[in-house]
Design a protein around this ligand. Structure first.
Ligand code: ATP
Ligand code: MG
Length: 256
């Protein structure tokens, strides 16, 4: 059965999608069967996997509302060699439309159950909000990966996210845990980054992943080619870091 992880942080632009797409490709490279679920109406993970979000007939939106099953909406990322349950702007409507539905926070979990046996990993790219969509992600997952930049405000937002995860764990999904905090866009020359990084290690101990993702322009360039960074330029420092992160995830999952 698949291990299911949310990539979440309600702060915008902290590297959630870059992490989800590159971890998916990194895991696929080492022979894992991966489904990437795009749970963000921005559709960035969909595009970054090389899938044109404008021409889709079925997306995660139809799946959440029960108008399509997961299998029929899933597409192959030809560049990344993993499967994608894609999203586009339509998904923004789901927040409101799901309000009427029963068990609305478990729609994704129930939909993914039908394809769980087909994968080793499912990675859910969450939108930058603690919204009903993110709640669906948290209810479907076994764990959360939290990408963060090592800056002062990053710590401030972290407590809201950690509290939300605690509440979901207590009330909705007893399986849910924080797998780890991933330091991304890291620049070792910035003193504050080093200080915040050390604080994170002190505070969260082995919940902080050992691998650190550096700031690397090749990771930012890759999406415009519809490719994960680890495929676009496998030798780049950013790609190497995400490949190493895939290895660290596989090790962590063994002890779960
Ligand atoms: P949103 O909250 O809007 O969904 P996000 O958390 O998914 O954003 P990304 O889209 O992954 O964040 O990253 C934000 C921007 O930073 C993008 O332009 C991306 O290409 C760039 N970026 C992400 N990680 C790195 C990195 N390690 N080095 C350089 N640029 C990066
Ligand atoms: Mg994103």
């Amino acid at each position: 059965m698949a291990k299911i992880f949310c990539v979440a942080n309600q702060k915008g632009g902290v590297g959630k999608t870059t992490t989800a797409v590159n971890l998916a490709a990194g895991l696929a490279k080492i022979g894992q069967r991966v489904l990437l679920v795009d749970l963000d109406p921005q559709g960035n993970a969909t595009m970054g996997a090389g899938i044109n979000k404008a021409t889709l007939t079925a997306t995660v939106y139809q799946v959440l509302l029960g108008m399509a099953d997961a299998k029929s909406a899933i597409k192959l990322s030809e560049t990344g060699k993993f499967d994608v349950l894609p999203a586009n702007r339509e998904l923004a409507g789901a927040e409101v439309e799901m309000v009427e539905l029963e068990n609305r926070e478990k729609r994704l979990k129930n939909a993914l159950a039908a394809v769980e046996a087909d994968y080793d990993f499912m990675l859910i790219d969450c939108p930058p909000a603690l919204s009903m969509l993110t709640l669906n992600g948290l209810c479907a997952a076994h764990g959360v990966i939290i990408p963060m930049q090592c800056e002062y405000y990053a710590l401030e937002g972290l407590s809201d996210l950690v509290n939300t995860i605690k509440i979901v764990h207590a009330k909705l999904n007893p399986d849910l845990k924080i797998i780890g905090l991933l330091r991304v866009m890291f620049d070792p020359r910035v003193t504050l980054s080093q200080q915040v990084s050390a604080q994170l290690e002190q505070h969260f101990g082995d919940k902080v992943f050992k691998v650190i993702i550096p700031r690397n322009v090749r990771l930012a360039e890759a999406p415009s080619y519809g490719m994960p960074g680890v495929i676009f330029d496998p030798a780049s420092k950013g790609a190497q870091a995400y490949i190493a992160f895939g290895g660290e995830m596989v090790e962590r999952v063994k002890s779960m």
